[in-house]
Design a protein around this ligand. Structure first.
Ligand code: COA
Length: 449
């Protein structure tokens, strides 16, 4: 209790000492000028109150570029009346931004997550004028934590002309490279607000889909040995895998992100990070996307080490973890093993994120396994995701040179070291049975088999 009181007292003293930095959100956003570039901390850290204040100034501003990774909920600067005032340039698209990109009202930048910090810090064409962050209150030493998302935001904080912070007591205080000193914040305001959760966390799942994910999860789990270190990408598959690892021992985590699905395995001791060959004893991650339970779990938890994506996603860093298992999803795979994860035909869907970073890192890791996982079909079973050729306009995310394991509910195949004939046959064997003949016919037509 004495310690708690001391912390509170010190925190109030810090606030007093830095009182000149405390303004209203409306005052803070006055530093924004036309033609500025703004970087917004993303995911569950999205500073909603600050964005609201910025958007209210729309009519005074022109051509302000708004950059971020995936954000949830409303993105008010994308409303039709904001055209000409704000334009979004997305590094990773979500449900609220992709329709604007595909309508030509916003932009998408294909880029590896490992390389965004470098772009922000060293490329003068991409200078950041203002960065918006949401942080925990300053501690007794004046340090605020960026909490649920360190990712590329730390890089933006280093270079931005102005750092504006929404100080939220609900933001967890997280260990690792998550801290920013109040000295490095130009304007701050306190605003208590629940963090946004990952959408769909509490949604009912389709029972048929659950069965498919269970099979995919099992096929992946069969590839995971005791002592492995895991990366889990975004989507429903990672949680299905984690649910099937309850009998493993000494698993570790080195991942750009994780969600609630990891908590039961951590609490039961399956994930203990004891056998990790890099940062042993620590879960290494760069952001979390999940529920309030997850945010509470990482708060003041020395087991969780948050680092920037420049470090976490560097394939050479990843490869320093022996038995590195990278699990990522995709939208389509062609019969030679080219993987599309960011677009559906000409429509951009998400982004590269860390998929290629981790596929390459796991390929270099001693005993590592890069895995691409997908349901064999989409649109309620009406189309195959394993196809003779990618849809017109679809981009290659993971190339056929990078691809190793591909897993569906029908099995797992390792394409690495296979020639095209072998790959085609392997991929047909894990396609949905009703589409196998069609793929075989197309392969024969091209003399692939
Ligand atoms: N053709 C047409 N539509 C397709 C399709 C295809 N081949 N494949 C999927 N879809 C549709 C689905 O039916 C679904 O539609 P719905 O929302 O109307 O149900 C939608 O596209 C999303 O597919 P789904 O498989 O449910 O996506 P997901 O949420 O599991 O995410 C990725 C999968 C590939 C989009 C996601 O993992 C991603 O963006 N990956 C790239 C980046 C990455 O892996 N980063 C690493 C960690 S962040």
């Amino acid at each position: 209790m004495a310690v708690l009181n001391k912390i509170k007292e010190q925190s109030n003293k810090t606030k007093e000492k830095y009182s000149q930095k405390y303004v209203t959100p409306e005052e803070a956003v006055r530093v924004i000028k036309s033609n500025d570039r703004i970087y917004i901390q993303s995911g569950c850290a999205y500073p909603q109150r600050l964005v609201e204040a910025m958007t209210a100034r729309a009519t005074e501003l022109n051509n302000v570029e708004i950059c971020h990774l995936m954000v949830f909920g409303e993105a008010p600067y994308m409303k039709p009346e904001m055209e000409g005032h704000f334009r979004h340039n997305g590094f990773f698209l979500g449900g609220n931004t992709r329709k604007h990109v595909n309508a030509g009202k916003a932009d998408f930048m294909p880029i590896f997550l490992s390389e965004i910090p470098k772009l922000i810090q060293h490329d003068t064409k991409h200078k950041v004028d203002v960065v918006f962050i949401q942080v925990s209150p300053p501690d007794m030493h004046g340090f605020c934590s960026m909490g649920v998302a360190v990712d590329c935001t730390k890089a933006a904080v280093h270079v931005a002309k102005y750092v504006i912070a929404q100080i939220n007591p609900m933001m967890p205080r997280v260990h690792g490279d998550s801290f920013i000193h109040i000295n490095d914040i130009d304007f701050a305001f306190e605003f208590e607000q629940p963090l946004q959760e990952l959408p769909g966390m509490h949604a009912e799942k389709d029972p048929e889909e659950i069965k498919i994910f269970e099979k995919i999860g099992q096929n992946i789990a069969d590839l995971i040995e005791d002592g492995s270190t895991l990366q889990m990408g975004i989507g429903a598959i990672p949680d299905a895998v984690l649910a099937r690892l309850t009998d493993r021992k000494d698993l570790g985590i080195h991942t750009e992100m994780f969600s609630d699905g990891a908590i039961p395995l951590i609490e039961s001791g399956v994930i203990n990070c004891d056998k990790k060959t890099l940062l042993r004893g620590k879960i290494v991650t760069s952001f979390v996307l999940g529920s309030h339970r997850l945010f509470e779990y990482i708060h003041e938890n020395p087991f969780v080490e948050m680092r920037t994506t420049e470090f976490v996603n560097d394939p050479f860093t990843i490869a320093r973890n022996d038995k590195m298992i990278a699990i990522n999803s995709c939208l389509q795979v062609d019969m030679t093993g080219q993987v599309c994860s960011d677009s559906i035909g000409y429509n951009f869907y998400s982004g590269f994120g860390g998929q290629v970073d981790f596929i390459r890192g796991a390929a270099r890791s001693k005993g590592g396994k890069p895995i691409i996982a997908l349901q064999s079909t989409a649109k309620k079973g009406s189309i195959s995701r394993i196809v003779p050729h990618l849809d017109e306009g679809a981009g290659v995310t993971t190339s056929r040179g990078d691809v190793h394991w591909v897993v569906t509910e029908y099995g797992a195949v390792d394409l690495h070291g296979m020639n095209v004939r072998e790959r085609v046959n392997a991929l047909i064997s894990i396609a949905h049975p009703k589409f196998r003949e069609e793929i075989e016919k197309a392969a024969k037509l091209r003399n692939f088999i």
